[in-house]
Design a binder for this molecule. Sequence first.
Ligand SMILES: *Cc1c(COP(=O)(O)O)cnc(C)c1O
Length: 455
Amino acid sequence: MEELEGLFRSAAENAAGYRRSLAERPVGLPVDQEALAKAFGGPLPAGPTPPERVLTDLIAAAEPGLVASAGPRYFGFVVGGALPAATGADILAAGWDQVATNAVTSPAAIAAESAAGGWLKELLGIPREASAGFVTGCQAANTVGLAAARHQVLADAGWDVERRGLAGAPRIRVIAGAERHATIDRSLRLLGFGTDAVEAVPAGPDGAIDVGALREVLHAGAQGPTVVCLQAGNVNTGACDRLREACELVHRHGGWAHVDGAFGLWAAASPATRHLVDGLELADSWACDGHKWLNLPYDSAFAFCARPEAHAGAMSLAAAYLVGSGGVPVGADLTAESSRRARGFAVWAGLRELGRDGVAALVDRCCALARRFAGGLTAAGFEVANEVVLNQVLVRFGDDARTDRTVAAVQAEGTCWAGGTTWRGRRYMRISVSNATTTEADVDRSLAAITRLAS
Ligand SMILES: *Cc1c(COP(=O)(O)O)cnc(C)c1O
């Protein structure tokens, strides 16, 4: 037992030391992928290796290839860090090794999901009666939400898709914003809709769906089973669809409104940004990430559904030997996994650590820091393309080539990390401020590096 404690302690100490190093560690270093492959490679050992030795080897092999994406100056994609209590909770979850299928396999895991699910709905302004599935990422949350949608719109047409499948089913109209996230398309592929089924609605100048165009598309086609994918948080600009109007339109057509709000749904958690997602409570399903803006450890996301029976109808794992299925749907009845990690502990811990005001402050701080970035870049003479309504900044350095060179130079220099993107046919650097530990000083230091490298 003492050996086990020593082993776990050294793993936790290494993780904590790494975390401590993030504020000063170069964010992006050139990585030799071949050297990494070699360090991890070699033949499968025939015999055992002592656990301490295994961890020492793992640390040595992994260290040169770790990306400081949990650190305060990583502005790539929309990543976010990992709150201390949530990380500690995940360490416990690994140690406890619970099977979060249902309340028989892990009563504690299900209780944590149930409590955290209630807190999440309260923070996001999602109706209390909604169900909440704890999934791996917003990709999975989109799949679950759209599976519930498929279930309901076909049930309304007298078709049981879970039993009969899609062959011979009434056709479902799938309408989605032209600037939807790529994961929506993959979810549609997995669910048998196919990406050709998508009727794309153009976006307005800010990247949010053009509601007038949505109205036209809805009117142009037949009534009948209809699923509409809306978005809170355009990955380039942060713009949110006008959800109240859009959901009302969709419902007038008898359709199902799904909201992909991977990071943008968190606008609801602060009084300062709440108006951006006004009317979100009218939707039928919502997908939201925990591991991005909420700063929970990877992987963690939520699939909410206003109609729990449609959610469970699409996802539940009905098998006679599974005692937990059949009653109130929990755990595996609301997700695509059967055996699953107890990710609810980290969610519960992260929310408890921040509290309601802490979540709002996190959202406000990231938005303020994004505006600081935009202000600094504009002052330096660079073109910021978007109105910074949330935590995303799009900046261009002269032409496409110079913009790409600047992005590459910033990534190689290591002070901070930001990615490149194409927006409306032109290249930009995309800066996303999503980390709970980022300070004004981090932004200023990053601004200095970016402006120096762009010149
Ligand atoms: C990140 C993101 C997703 C995908 O989420 P994962 O957590 O990577 O699965 C979907 N939609 C939007 C808008 C996103 O930003």
